[in-house]
Design a protein around this ligand. Structure first.
Ligand code: F6R
Length: 610
């Protein structure tokens, strides 16, 4: 997830691009760059810097750059660390083609090999750089013609904006599985990743759809699809104010990030599933396949929500790969006498990759010669750099303090890892195919849950004065219950405790009465009947029950006061869906209770102390 801005038109003021970029900073903030066509010198000037957009702004100060067209970019690294050379815009060997890209080019390695064999010299470690070099190969004087020839060669997801020194009165924009729009003003046009970038300049936008190419000049624009059919597009009017803009029109980052679950799951799965062969294709493990085959057990180390993802992964790995799994909080790990050896795979899960406790546990494992695998979101972070192999979650930046979309990304990666290890061991082709197919359908199923947000808000309204909750689940739903309780404490400041459904009767049931609700995570799975018995125990003591149940289970209405539904999926994948209504419930409970949901009191996003 990165932020793209492009401009072409009557003005030469690059500040337009800089201001637009600042409002896209939530999309990435490890480095930023720009390129502007300098008409006098007939060249494109390129400036990039590591860190926030403010660093780029400081670098541009006093350089006196101006011109049109220009590109701006804020990066969220996917390939290669946050360095100037890895930051966009990227260029070809002749400094003619300049490209900004949001997304991932899955086949960049094979394209790069071909280009290098043809004599192209690469200056970055990114997947994106293949694009300007390909454009260089196909350019014969007309930029959009070259773009049309390059686009069919790219696999993956991309929103592109391209300018060229040798066809300078054009800006070409392409959308395929990554967002892009055109902001339309009098005699000037912007392209951007989302409306927040253009909102101070114009309220008129045209949203590009997948497989569309727009060619913009100072005099107007034309849009075609990939098969060169001209497309007439309707203009939309943005009705937000500037403050709303960065949050994409949502009231809070937390809600925006919850709404990004489908994208987070899609990104975690992109290019990693072979549904025909029932395989997980994990590039980060390619070089370690034999090491993985020799592993006999797994230990997962992480903190907070990431630890709870590990607990769900425990069930997945045990079921799919038949390997014994131990999950520990990274903060406690070092105090135990450790029983791992060279046949133990140590998995570190971390959104930020900067959590001090997780880093300390990683050091301990490395000190003892263990093999470490990272499931990390932030590319180039300390954990990502410290592990022997990794599978990035690619969830994009998470701004709200509470983990939301990163959790579904991590869960999807844990399912992929389970499939990978399972297929190396006893898992059958059919079972692998079924998991791969079900994984691929998760983004659409997550979308269906998000459509029920208003219903969940209504339930949160009903229970907003309750100061105590139990959250219960069994098997795959037990870590989900813990995650739900954590989220309620964190963003709604209410006491919430999670239990295995069978545990309440061993003591805690004493607290249940009419004013003490329990959320029961009870999808239609192998422990459903047992959970119903546990719910009955609560109902017998007059405790209100809110159920998270599988769509089509109308009977649950007899046992629960309120129901939030999730679509049907494989039991092992149910956590990816059931965390979503719990996050929405906690979010609305927090908002209705007047809490600062994006920045809860007393806690920080990246916990860099032990
Ligand atoms: C809870 C939450 C925290 C983090 C934990 C680990 O909503 O955000 O519990 O999950 O601090 O952080 P990372 O994943 O960055 O290591």
């Amino acid at each position: 997830m990165c932020g793209i801005v492009g401009y072409i038109g009557k003005q030469k003021n690059i500040k337009i691009g800089l201001d637009a970029l600042k409002r896209l900073e939530y999309r990435g903030y490890d480095s930023a760059g720009m390129a502007v066509y300098n008409q006098e010198k007939k060249r494109v000037d390129l400036v990039r810097s590591v860190g926030r957009v403010a660093n780029l702004e400081a670098k541009l100060e006093g350089m006196g750059l101006e011109g049109s067209p220009f590109l701006f970019y804020t990066r969220w690294a996917t390939h290669g660390a946050a360095t100037e050379e890895n930051c966009h815009p990227h260029r070809d060997c002749k400094d003619s083609m300049f490209v900004v890209h949001n997304g991932i080019i899955e086949n960049y390695l094979e394209l790069k090999e071909r280009l290098v064999a043809n004599g192209h010299e690469f200056r970055s470690e990114t997947d994106t750089e293949v694009i300007p070099h390909l454009l260089e190969e196909f350019f014969t004087g007309n930029l959009e013609e070259a773009v049309r020839k390059v686009v069919p060669l790219l696999r993956g997801a991309f929103a592109l904006a391209v300018i060229s020194r040798d066809d300078p009165q054009k800006l070409v924009a392409v959308r395929f599985s990554a967002p892009l729009l055109i902001g339309v003003a009098e005699g000037e046009y912007l392209v951007a990743s989302d409306p927040s970038a253009v909102v101070t300049h114009t309220d008129k936008v045209i949203y590009l759809e997948d497989r569309e190419i727009a060619v913009l000049t100072p005099l107007g624009f034309a849009i075609e699809d990939f098969s060169r059919r001209a497309i007439e597009k309707a203009m939309s009017t943005i009705d937000w104010n500037v403050q709303d803009a960065q949050k994409g029109g949502y009231e809070h980052f937390m809600l925006k990030e919850i709404m990004e679950h489908p994208e987070s799951i899609t990104n975690a799965l992109r290019g990693r599933l072979n549904t025909e062969e029932g395989l997980a294709l994990l590039g980060g493990l390619d070089a370690h396949k034999e090491t993985m085959r020799g592993m006999e057990r797994v230990q997962v180390l992480a903190c907070g929500s990431a630890y709870l993802v590990g607990r769900a992964g425990e069930y997945m790995l045990e079921e799919c790969a038949g390997m014994p799994v131990e999950v520990d909080t990274a903060s406690e790990f070092r105090y135990r006498k450790q029983a791992f050896d060279s046949k133990t795979l140590s998995v570190f899960i971390s959104q930020s990759g900067e959590t001090a406790d997780t880093i300390a546990a990683l050091k301990e494992v490395k000190e003892k010669g263990g093999f470490a695998l990272g499931v990390v979101n932030v590319v180039g972070s300390t954990v990502a750099r410290g592990v022997d192999a990794g599978v990035y979650a690619h969830s994009g930046p998470e701004i709200a303090v509470a983990a939301t979309k990163s959790i579904t990304g991590q869960l999807a990666v844990m399912a992929l890892l389970s499939l990978f290890l399972g297929r190396q061991r006893q898992m059958s082709l059919d079972a692998g195919k079924q998991i791969a197919r079900e994984l691929a359908s998760l983004p659409d199923l997550a979308k269906k849950i998000l459509e029920t947000g208003e219903h969940i808000r209504g339930i949160a309204e009903k229970y907003k004065t309750c100061r105590n909750f139990f959250v219960i689940g069994r098997k795959y739903s037990l870590p989900v219950a813990f995650e739900g309780a954590l989220k309620l404490k964190e963003v709604a400041y209410v006491h919430a405790e999670a239990f295995g459904g069978g545990e309440l009767k061993h003591g805690s049931l004493a607290l249940i009465d009419e004013g003490f609700p329990t959320i029961a995570v009870v999808p239609s799975d192998s422990v459903y009947e047992k959970m119903i018995s546990n719910i009955q125990e609560i109902r017998a003591r007059k405790g209100p029950v809110i159920a998270i149940a599988t769509e089509g289970n109308d009977a649950i209405g007899q046992f629960a006061d309120d129901v939030m539904y999730i679509p049907k999926t494989l039991e092992m994948l149910s956590p990816v869906l059931s965390v979503i209504p719990l996050q929405l419930f906690a979010y609305y409970a927090g908002v209705l209770r007047g809490c600062d949901v994006d920045k809860p009191k007393n806690i920080a996003k990246s916990v860099t102390v032990e």
